[in-house]
Design a protein around this ligand. Structure first.
Ligand code: NAD
Length: 382
């Protein structure tokens, strides 16, 4: 097994999920490469040192440019806020490093396009962390659709609901609250939450042709943590859109941080000619499946407990019936990335594939402004 030296940038929520995944993947998967936690980078020296010690990194840096200069780093992992992705990725590609980048790929489509051009010019392996594809039940949904079990798809319905920004007292900006700051996040729930729903949808159901959207910012002004002043809120607090897929199916997407009682309710349902499937992040190891071809007397929604060794990824874990969880999706994504390095088939989504999600997000925000249906350009031919 060859070594792959990782340089991780950012030691917040995603820094932890990634460090955990790199550290564990070789225990469960037989892979051509073994990740080595070479260095972690955070701007604050004490935080970087503490994170390195806790997660077994060999060293730490406080400037990501130094990390890129290091010859002992093979892959740069970008787990910092959205406004940093492009600058770091462009420099990392120039330095010839492989790049794993958190979602959303960029602040907007044009920025994402420059990132795609950079990694393709440098010919460096690249991937975006749309980890929900790697929930075994979601991967199983992909298999069932690709096998044609649903037949022609009529409907795609997705939502991602949270409730953590309802208080007007919540400030915007700075550590932990950069998601409310347009300059750092690029958008609100559209790039943060709907991007996940869109990535899964494009993967399961193909490209989106056109859409019409509405957004709302319920709390118009909030104190900014960095300036200390009350400033206008530029992000979308809630977003809903209707879409037509290129395969002729109709879709509804909804996301908000104002759905009292919901913390991370990501759900989707797909209705086809023969069968339907439904999935819910709060019950992530189950896939609901209804097949109209079943004998009428016993026809009904089946709740598939996706834990068996012939179901996606599960042969690498415990024994049938025993579940895995959220953090495993990141371990699966690392495993697929490393597998792809070995066999030359890049793990998805690549930067180019993730650019399609960015284009949908751009069209959503544009439509909310124009109040018109907007065409969605495609980065990948579908
Ligand atoms: N895949 C997912 O499900 C998922 C979930 C959450 C967040 N994300 C994405 O991951 C990224 C990070 O989000 P998070 O929730 O981990 O944020 P976070 O605020 O928890 O952590 C961000 C980290 O980046 C560091 N950072 C900021 N600027 C930096 C710089 N210039 N150099 C080095 N470090 C810097 C911060 O100090 C912090 O440690 C975002 O792009 C977000 O959209 C993805």
């Amino acid at each position: 097994m060859k070594q792959l030296n990782i340089g991780l940038i950012g030691c917040g929520f995603m820094g932890r999920t990634h460090a955990n995944a790199f550290g564990k993947v070789h225990h469960f998967f037989d892979l051509p490469y073994r990740p080595v936690l070479k260095a972690v980078c955070a701007r604050n020296q004490d935080a970087a040192r503490a994170f390195a010690a806790k997660w077994d990194f060999e060293s730490f840096e406080t400037d990501w440019r130094k990390l890129l200069q290091r010859e002992d780093i093979d892959a740069i992992d970008i787990a910092s806020p959205n406004d940093t992705h492009a600058e770091i990725a462009l420099a990392a590609a120039k330095a010839g490093k492989m790049i794993l980048c958190e979602k959303p790929l960029a602040m907007n489509g044009p920025e994402g396009k420059t990132m795609v051009a950079a990694v393709e010019k440098a010919k460096v392996p690249n991937m975006v962390w749309y980890n929900y594809r790697r929930v075994p039940a979601v991967t199983l949904a992909k298999q069932l659709i690709d096998e044609g079990r649903l037949g022609r798809i009529f409907h795609y319905r997705a939502k991602f609901l949270q409730d953590w920004t309802i208080s007007p007292e919540l400030p915007q900006g700075g550590a932990g609250l950069w998601r409310l700051d347009l300059k750092v996040a690029g958008s609100g729930v559209t790039g943060d939450l709907l991007a996940h729903c869109i990535d899964t949808a494009l993967w399961l159901n193909g490209g989106i042709d056109r859409l019409t959207a509405m957004t709302e910012t319920f709390i118009k002004e909030r104190k900014h943590n960095l300036t200390g002043k009350v400033e206008r809120v530029g992000i979308d607090d809630a977003c809903a859109f209707l879409a037509r897929f290129r395969n002729g199916s109709l879709a509804t997407f909804e996301s908000t941080r104002y759905a009292r009682g919901h913390k991370a309710l990501y759900t989707f349902e797909i209705n086809g000619e023969h069968a339907s499937i439904a999935w819910d992040l709060h019950d992530l190891h189950r896939l609901q499946y209804f097949d109209h071809r079943d004998e009428g007397r016993v026809r009904g929604w089946r709740s598939l407990h996706v834990t068996d060794s012939d179901q996606p990824y599960m042969k690498h874990w415990w024994v049938p019936g025993l579940q895995i969880g959220y953090e495993h999706t990141f371990i699966h994504q690392v495993a697929d990335f490393l597998e792809g390095l070995g066999n030359g088939r890049p793990a998805s989504p690549t930067f180019r594939e993730a650019l399609d999600t960015q284009y949908v997000c751009d069209a959503v925000l544009k439509s909310a402004r124009t109040q018109k249906w907007e065409k969605v350009p495609g980065a990948v031919k579908k």
